[in-house]
Design a protein around this ligand. Structure first.
Ligand SMILES: Nc1ncnc2c1ncn2[C@@H]1O[C@H](COP(=O)(O)OP(=O)(O)OP(=O)(O)O)[C@@H](O)[C@H]1O
Ligand SMILES: [Mg+2]
Length: 200
């Protein structure tokens, strides 16, 4: 069964992807190119994007394992997007939903200058930690969210990042389909096959 998402639950978009809310805790990322290709509830196999999303998920797991602040990934699932006039299905990367503002949007509000400086300092700290683990790409100010409630910055969007050899998790440690989502909540995380102590 695919996960059904209404277009009205769009959180934000970048150049390549839409990110939708699945629930208050979960978001899903879908590539725009897939949405153009897929049509009319076609269960198209889109292996290229599934592969790209699974690479992104691997990077997220490697970063989290090494204490970099990124949303927790919850696997890849077929997502059916319901637009008012049509419906389409594409692979989606499920992840923890972050309630925050991008560094870019903080920078646009002159009244928030101190907050912007504070969040930028947190962002830079995460980037320094991330660079130890990965070769990073495209780390611009919309690829980081500041959550005021937690006082944390989360890095986002890891397409094109590569994990340095010594931090790669073994393949069996990444199980993209372990999450069972019922009514928008992560209800079961099956064999949580990766071990946080690995590589330490
Ligand atoms: N886990 C999340 N929780 C809440 N919002 C998110 C989450 N992931 C992404 N977003 C929002 O969606 C936007 C687009 O996501 P993302 O950067 O992954 O897409 P993209 O199209 O690959 O971006 P780019 O244009 O940088 O390539 C982000 O800037 C952010 O505002
Ligand atoms: Mg982005």
């Amino acid at each position: 069964m695919t996960l059904r998402v209404q277009y009205s639950s769009l959180i934000n978009q970048g150049a390549y992807a839409f990110v939708f809310a699945v629930s208050s805790d979960i978001a899903v990322k879908v590539f725009k190119s897939d949405m153009i290709r897929a049509s009319n509830d076609d269960q198209k196999d889109l292996p290229a994007s599934r592969y790209q999303l699974s690479c992104e998920e691997r990077v997220m797991r490697a970063l989290r394992t090494n204490d970099v602040s990124v949303p927790e990934p919850h696997g890849i699932r077929a997502v059916t997007l319901e637009f008012p006039t049509r419906t389409m299905t594409a692979p989606g990367l499920l992840m923890e939903r972050i309630h925050g503002q991008t560094i870019y949007s903080l920078g646009r509000n002159p009244e928030d200058e101190r907050l912007f400086d504070y969040a930028t300092a947190l962002w830079n700290t995460e980037l320094v930690k991330a660079r130890r683990i990965c070769d990073i790409e495209d780390a611009h100010d919309e690829n980081a969210l500041y959550d005021a409630r937690k006082g944390k910055v989360y890095l986002l969007d890891f397409i094109g990042w590569t994990i340095r050899k010594e931090f790669r998790l073994p393949r069996k440690c990444v199980s993209p389909d372990v999450v069972d989502i019922t009514s928008g909540h992560v209800s079961t995380v099956g064999s949580v096959a990766y071990d946080a102590r690995f590589n330490k």
